[in-house]
Ligand binder design. Structure first.
Ligand code: NAI
Length: 347
């Protein structure tokens, strides 16, 4: 099946696959708040999730089988919020079925899979294929990137960026780890994409990583850690330092510092939930962001709006599949270094 290059003038008819932790959020936005969209179809192998789509989201066409979901000629675009290990094959199948595709990050867990997706996307130039690097749609990160592009901090040469989640005693991510690609592919991949974006997409050369299991011994079984550090060297002298944690006691803390020859920018310091600062006998403090969704809720809205606008031919995307492939390439080198204990070359 093919899709014409003609812009969609009415509502974009969207189907969503995956209604888990994040998919449910995307689905609610598509069903109730995203403009120019109709959520018409949903897919999940889990009956309770399909029931949620029918009763809470009002979706009429609900599938357990992904191929049946894709075979529906009355959907223009799919939003894939499925386990990472499925992203590449599902994206390829959706493109071949003539759909625009939004797929959550990371694009794939190996470079050949990314290359397969890029090759199929090239054969379908009239269709949008977008990977969900949500931070590119966050107002603060967009301001920082625009300031750097305008030369306000001189030449940027160092990015220090972290993604740190509040400890989850239930260990959701321990069960999630075998399909997520590990802490660097799951969490740091956002920071990796940010670093490339802020530094002007330099070529990555080498990576070194070290990590530790501070609280969740179950991660050892799949070679993962709950706290990981990494250094990446780029061509031309730029460097990046990444930190990811699953065990913060106080809340979610995504922060990034970009250092240039004439200044530096800091994004997301202090993880404040809101603008209330309380002073009392215990001291001065504020409430903390509980999770990534609270931090990036506005960015998720702008992200899906950007996808819809691209599908409707209104505004092209700056974020490309090549960017997503490079993020995977760097994340994999970091993960290899964690396991080898050696500096890894990024081919
Ligand atoms: P989850 O495990 O809660 O949800 C996965 C969903 O996929 C479930 O609804 C499951 O039933 C469904 N599923 C499994 N196999 C399927 C199949 N063959 N066809 C259709 N649906 C299928 O996982 P979570 O946390 O929602 O993550 C999903 C994806 O979103 C991951 O790739 C993850 O990396 C990404 N993610 C991105 C974030 C961001 O900040 N952009 C934050 C959290 C997750």
């Amino acid at each position: 099946m093919t899709t014409s290059n003609a812009p969609i003038t009415g509502h974009l008819r969207v189907g969503i696959a995956g209604l888990g932790r994040l998919g449910r959020r995307h689905a609610e936005a598509l069903a109730f708040t995203t403009r120019h969209v109709q959520l018409v179809s949903a897919c999940s192998p889990v009956e309770a999730e399909r029931e949620h789509a029918r009763t809470s989201l009002g979706v009429q066409r609900v599938h357990a089988d992904f191929d049946a979901f894709l075979a529906d000629p009355d959907i223009d675009a799919v939003v894939l919020v499925t386990p990472t290990s499925l992203h590449a094959d599902q994206t390829i199948a959706a493109l071949k079925a003539g759909k625009h595709v939004f797929v959550e990050k990371p694009l794939a867990l190996n470079v050949p899979d990314c290359e397969r997706v890029l090759a199929v996307a090239e054969q379908h130039p009239g269709q949008v294929a977008m990977v969900g690097f949500v931070r590119r749609f966050d107002a603060s990160y967009q301001n920082a990137q625009a300031a750097i592009a305008a030369g306000e901090i001189g030449r940027p040469f160092l990015v220090r960026s972290q993604t740190c989640d509040q400890n989850d005693p239930d260990g959701f991510f321990v069960r999630f780890a075998p399909t997520s690609g590990g802490i660097y592919m799951d969490c740091s991949v956002h920071d990796i994409d940010l670093a490339r974006w802020m530094l002007g997409r330099p070529k990555a050369l080498r990576a070194f990583a070290s990590g530790t299991i501070a609280m969740h011994p179950g991660l050892a079984e799949c070679g993962d850690v709950d706290n990981g550090l990494a250094i990446v060297e780029f061509e031309g002298g730029a460097r990046a330092v990444f930190y990811a944690s699953r065990t913060f006691a106080h809340g979610h803390e995504t922060t990034t510092e970009i250092i240039g020859t004439a200044g530096k920018l800091m994004v997301g310091e202090h993880a404040a939930l809101d603008r209330v600062i309380r002073s009392d006998a215990r001291g001065v403090g504020h409430a903390v962001l509980p999770d990534f969704h609270a931090r990036f809720e506005g960015a998720f809205t702008r992200e899906i709006n950007a996808f819809v606008a691209a599908c409707r031919g209104v505004a092209p995307l700056d974020l490309t599949l090549s960017d997503a492939m490079e993020a995977t390439r760097i994340g994999l080198a970091i993960t290899r270094s964690l396991h080898s204990g050696q500096v890894e070359t990024i081919a």
